[in-house]
Design a protein around this ligand. Sequence first.
Ligand code: ZN
Length: 94
Amino acid sequence: MAIGGLAFSALCRDAKLKRKVTRVLMVSTPLLLCLFAWNRGEQAGEFAFLLPFLMLITFLNLRNTRFCDACGATQYSRGVSRPRHCSRCGASLS
Ligand SMILES: [Zn+2]
C-alpha cells in the first residue's frame, strides 16, 4: 500500500486526483492499522494510547500535504507550517 501510494504520488500529475486519493489513503491507513490491532486482540488501554497519536499524525499529514495545481507536484511540510510555494515550479499553493 505504501509503495503504491509513493508510486502514485511520484507519477500522477493531476493535482485534483492526487488530492482525493491522498485524503482517502491518509484516513484509511490509520483505520486499517486500528482494525489490524483490534484483530490481533489489542486491549482497550493500548487503543487509548495509540488513537491520539494516530489522530494527530493523520491531522498533520492532511494539513501539511499540498499539491501544486500548476505542475502536480506533492509538497510536504515536516514542521507545523504549511508549504506556501511549490518547490518544483515556484507556483503559489493556495
Ligand atoms: Zn509546481
